[in-house]
Design a protein around this ligand. Structure first.
Ligand code: HEM
Ligand code: 2DC
Length: 469
């Protein structure tokens, strides 16, 4: 017999106790570890009430399958109040990230065609391949300047520029030139604003932004300043393309980028296009760059694996005879690397949905309307789901074993990450070019942990040594 909702274990009846645990464990930066702790304490399902939202938390792939079957036609995730409040405050439209219901669906369908359908990947590859090559050239220059035939550095700032250059190339069909020696202060400001935006969002998951705004709190002011910076820069880029397009609509015949394609398609209002393109531009920086940083860190810690992947790339390079699209089909181990990185170091701590029908999870009845969270970080480190979870092994994603609801780093279904194809292609091409040219090493074997700033980040800088092959 199915047990009632009210019997699900957890501290939800006692918000003081959960607030105490939260505080004692420095909750804000440790949400991912608190979730692991709770699953150890309560088992594979628990209820929780932190701040003003209540949820049921799950960890098992088979429960994830049930959850996503009950997500309905308009899947809805946890609303990030800080982000919607900013847009309401500044009278800006929501893009696809923040829309819900029919409005979300109709926008998303149009965007899918231009951003995530397999047919557009071919357009992205040449652009992203060129950015990858430029990055390699930049690293050679840095190595040369060091005078030591190697370069020891925290690559994160370079990776932010790489990611912004890549996503801009795809969105606007042209290069910003961020990998040249000249530092573009506007681009750097945009990058800093994204970091600040994420950082100021996480406290507002627990304190309502409307209240903070009335109190004139610094965190709200910083958050507004961060989004203002993001929107101003995106507006400049969008205006630029818009003007070019009006001047001569059928320029050159080459792929014009996502924005121009959307404008020419004329199926969404300009305001809707601007809102979603801004979200894509902002969503495309920290996510991929941090995942690449973690991947280089793991490859530096596993020199044999690094060599194995390099050999796979080299074979594919020869066999594909210069056809990059073809080459991408011949590197399964390389493709496994970012997947494996995201298992151990996910960008999103959890996936969430409001379920639209009653379901049963772990033999408990869950009523329609409940917010259910899948603990993505906790699942990636659960030995019942991934044998020897502490080991970094991209080959787990290669063999034809079952990955039933285990590969969820980009979310699932119609509401999954819209930038997924861009992110995957961008990361694969980066790794191909970098591994073809350089070896990555690490000084000492210290474990670097994740910290939560809305997305999960390395808690301290990752220092790598890069050597030409
Ligand atoms: C949504 C992960 C890169 C834009 C999401 C979601 C996840 C995610 C987990 C929520 C999906 C769900 O609820 O099922 C990641 C990871 C990335 C990445 C792991 C890279 C390693 C990007 C990039 C862009 C982007 C590069 C933009 C170019 C978006 C947008 C949404 C989203 C717009 C909201 C989609 C919607 O609500 O319809 N991402 N993301 N992401 N992501 Fe990403
Ligand atoms: C953060 O409890 C923890 O891809 C919260 O590119 C629940 C939650 C809700 C939505 C998630 C968020 C978490 C993490 C960051 C995500 C976001 C949805 C999209 C966003 C996963 C798990 C992200 C990083 C987008 C951001 C685009 C934005 C900058 C315009």
């Amino acid at each position: 017999t199915v047990k009632p909702f009210s019997e699900i274990p957890g501290l939800w009846k006692n918000s003081v106790a959960s607030l105490y645990t939260f505080w004692k464990m420095d909750g804000l930066r440790n949400i991912h570890r608190i979730m692991v702790y709770n699953f150890n304490m309560f088992g594979p399902i628990y209820r929780e009430k932190v701040g003003y939202y209540e949820s049921v938390n799950i960890i098992k792939p088979e429960d994830a399958a049930i959850l996503f079957k009950a997500e309905g036609h308009y899947p809805k995730r946890l609303r990030v109040e800080a982000w919607t409040s900013y847009r309401d405050y500044r009278n800006r439209k929501y893009g696809v990230l923040l829309k819900d219901g029919e409005d979300w669906k109709s926008n998303r369908i149009v965007l899918n065609k231009e951003v995530i359908s397999p047919k557009v990947q071919g357009n992205f590859v040449p652009l992203l391949d060129e950015v990858g090559q430029d990055f390699v050239a930049r690293v050679y220059k840095k190595i040369e300047r060091s005078g030591q035939n190697e370069w020891t550095t925290d690559l994160s700032h370079e990776l932010f520029k790489y990611a912004l250059e890549s996503v801009s190339a795809v969105l606007y069909g042209e290069r910003l030139g961020l990998l040249l020696d000249y530092i573009d202060p506007d681009a750097q400001h945009f990058i800093d604003c994204i970091t600040l935006m994420f950082k100021t969002t996480s406290p507002m998951l627990y304190l309502p932004p409307a209240l903070l705004r009335r109190m004139g709190a610094k965190i709200w002011k910083d958050h507004v300043e961060a989004w203002d910076g993001i929107f101003n820069q995106a507006d400049r880029c969008i205006q630029n393309i818009y003007r070019q397009l009006r001047k001569d609509p059928e320029a050159s015949g080459k792929y014009p980028g996502v924005l121009a394609s959307l404008l020419m398609l004329d199926k969404l209002s300009i305001e809707d296009i601007k809102a979603s393109v801004t979200e894509l531009m902002a969503g495309g920086v920290d996510t991929t760059s941090i995942t690449l940083m973690w991947t280089l860190y793991e490859l530096a810690r596993h020199p044999d694996l690094q060599e194995e992947i390099r050999a796979e790339i080299s074979t594919a390079r020869i066999a594909s005879e210069g056809d990059v699209m073809q080459m991408l089909k011949m590197v399964p181990l390389l493709k496994g690397a970012p997947k494996e990185t995201l298992r151990l170091h996910p960008v999103a701590v959890s996936l969430q949905r409001y379920i639209t029908e009653d379901i049963v999870l772990q033999n408990y009845h869950i009523p329609a309307g409940t917010l259910v969270q899948l603990g993505l970080y906790a699942m990636g480190r659960d030995h019942l789901v991934f044998p020897h979870p502490e080991q970094y092994r991209p080959s787990r994603w290669v063999r034809s074993q079952s990955h039933f609801f285990k590969s969820l780093s980009f979310g699932f279904g119609p509401r999954q990450c819209l930038g997924r194809r861009i992110a995957e292609t961008e990361m694969q091409l980066f790794l191909i070019h970098m591994l073809e040219n350089f070896r990555f090493e690490k000084q000492r074997q210290v474990e670097i942990r994740s910290t939560f700033e809305l997305i999960l980040l390395p808690e301290k800088p990752i220092i790598l040594t890069i050597k030409p092959l």
